[in-house]
Write a protein that binds this ligand. Sequence first.
Ligand SMILES: [Zn+2]
Length: 282
Amino acid sequence: MPELPEVETIARQLRPALVGRTIVSANVRWARTIAMPSARKFGNDVKGQRITEVARRAKFLVLKLQGPEDSRSKTYSILIHLRMSGDLSIRDSKIKPDKHDRLIFLLSSPSKAAEGESSLVFNDTRKFGRVWLTDDLQSVLGGLGPEPFSDEFTPEWLYTNLHARHRLLKPLLLDQSFLAGLGNIYTDEALHMAKLHPLAASDSIKRKQAEVLHEAIRAVLQEGIRRNGASIDWVYRGGEYQNYFRVYDRTNRPCIVCGRKIQKLVVGQRGTHICPHCQKLR
Ligand SMILES: [Zn+2]
């Protein structure tokens, strides 16, 4: 599943192609892709809206919209969560849809001189991806924890909030209401960098360890973004962070710090990779 660095990469790649374009129409090819409102209302309401911004919040892509000039209608946003297999691409509108295309936005030409129209296509083999249209971002995003690169996320915040709960460290870091954007890959990577065991109790983490974990979370996400994300079990994006994994997907291979074998365990039903020597459970 794409995590913060992958969704950020997609937002950066789509931004130049989408900002300023108007949605001519939306073809909902699988109604359950639309989480809110109904598929029919979605199609009606996005028509004529201009995309003013392509942003990311947690693992959501956010397309901010502006209605036609003369309307005093509300300001809407389209939110997209790719989940397991969702993919977004820009395509020539003359190309025949694929059977896994769930939603196709027909976009206006970027300029009068440009030929033809193009489409923004949401393709999703496994059908877990969802799309929202709302004038109230908080109704969808309101429950999320802070962004790892925000000013709110400080070492002190992390220490205080780890101690406000009694949870296992890895499941807590995966919890989007605690901290937004981390998934299985980057959590394993950050915990290894910070030399912390995924099964440690959140309120057992010392102040210094919280500082190191804070730095590790930012470091692995930053590196993931720099490598355009990791291309692994989801649609290929040209990311190459998978070539730089410390522990993820490296079972039985040597730890880059101590040389001992990486182990795979299951934590909260998620495959979890650790170095048992560097990440001791105390
Ligand atoms: Zn090690």
